[in-house]
Ligand binder design. Structure first.
Ligand code: FES
Ligand SMILES: [Fe+2]
Length: 358
């Protein structure tokens, strides 16, 4: 198969701007987890299509607003996350749960009517959740998150509700276009060489793919199945887990969220955020399954969780290395790229991308 996305799409600034408008502004974007916004005034900040967004628990409800003050345009929440009223740090304008500036220091100097204040309302974005996952959409339309995720909605709901302790958050800048990073995760062809001492040892194989709208998944068995005695011992503490599956599953929620699980015991959720046409921010969360609360964590569990963290970090460092090599090379090729059957998910990703870009 010939690749559908041609090389210029990986480095041309004008195409980068176009995809911010046509893809990142128009589709549901993952921004964080409900658990992190459980209390009133908990907030997190993200950039979607370059727009600063604040997602905050305001009087018990999670909402998303443009994170830019209506007064003199300062960023309102300047940290990545925290707990604070929705107040601008510059002159102290305070916004209510509708994004209206209702608390204004020295207000009489402005002579605002109530109507004036409503006109200064912050732009609000559509926000929906699936299990513990929060998604927002910059340009409003009729497609609900449930419709967007299609049959992955119930699966992601069940999976994310099974996320227990957060074992690791790994954030790194990768010197490669976001599509290089995403496409790399959509094929296992590179595993034998790039991950020869890490991921390869899991013994994944095969072409068991699923395609659901723009999303896709790969299901594979593992070298060690749960019935093996060595595995049984390690898995004992997680026997009573809420989400049980065989082997390994890797999914993409188009365009930039990657979710995988091994046996339903460990989970990884990674988001690839474009920074510019040659740079991506890769943020990866590793969770261990929820299990019976109140039970003390044993030494075996501690060791298993540490090994998970190390394993994920090793694998992603290997991917970072090769993605940066691709970014260097892609500017100089005179070919369009070839895809094998093992890279069918890359092909489908490219089809979805091209459909939105046309
Ligand atoms: S810029 Fe925000 S209060 Fe002045
Ligand atoms: Fe990889």
């Amino acid at each position: 198969m010939k690749a559908i996305i041609t090389p210029k799409y990986y480095f041309e600034p004008s195409l980068y701007t176009e995809e911010q408008n046509k893809i990142f502004s128009t589709t549901w974007m993952f921004v964080g987890f409900t658990n992190d916004l459980a209390n009133p005034n908990d907030f997190l900040t993200v950039e979607i299509a370059g727009i600063p967004v604040a997602v905050q628990n305001l009087k018990g409800e999670i909402k998303a607003f443009k994170n830019v003050c209506s007064h003199r345009f300062s960023i309102i929440h300047t940290e990545k996350s925290g707990n604070r009223p929705f107040v601008c740090p510059y002159h102290g304008w305070a916004y209510n749960e509708e994004g209206i500036p209702t608390g204004i220091p020295k207000k009489p100097y402005f002579e605002f009517s109530d109507e004036d204040l409503k006109c200064l309302r912050l732009e609000q974005y559509q926000l929906e959740t699936c299990g513990t996952l929060i998604f927002i959409k910059i340009k409003p339309d009729e497609v609900s998150l449930r419709q967007y995720l299609a049959s992955y909605y119930p699966l992601l709901e069940e999976m994310s509700n099974a996320f227990g302790e957060l074992v690791d958050v790994n954030e790194m800048l990768i010197g490669a276009n976001w599509k290089v990073v995403v496409e790399n995760t959509l094929e296992s062809y590179h595993v034998n060489l790039i991950h020869k001492d890490s991921f390869r040892k899991l013994g994944t194989s095969g072409l068991n793919f699923e395609f659901i709208d723009r999303h896709s998944a790969w299901n594979t068995g593992l070298k060690f199945e749960e019935e093996d005695s060595a595995v049984k011992a390690i898995h004992k503490p997680y026997k009573e887990r809420p989400f049980v599956m065989r082997g390994y599953k890797h999914m993409i929620v188009f365009p930039n969220v990657l979710i995988s699980s091994t046996y339903g015991i460990s989970f990884n959720l990674s988001v690839v955020t474009p920074v510019d046409e040659n740079t991506s921010l890769f943020r990866s969360y590793v969770f261990i399954t929820k299990k019976d609360s109140g039970k003390e964590k044993g030494a075996l569990e501690e060791a298993y969780e540490n090994s998970l963290k190390d394993f994920n970090r090793t694998v992603f460092a290997e991917d970072k290395f090769i993605c940066e090599k691709v970014q260097q090379g892609v500017k100089y090729t005179s070919y369009n790229g070839e895809l094998s059957e093992e890279e069918t998910r890359v092909c489908k990703f490219q089809e979805s991308y091209k459909a939105l870009m046309s």
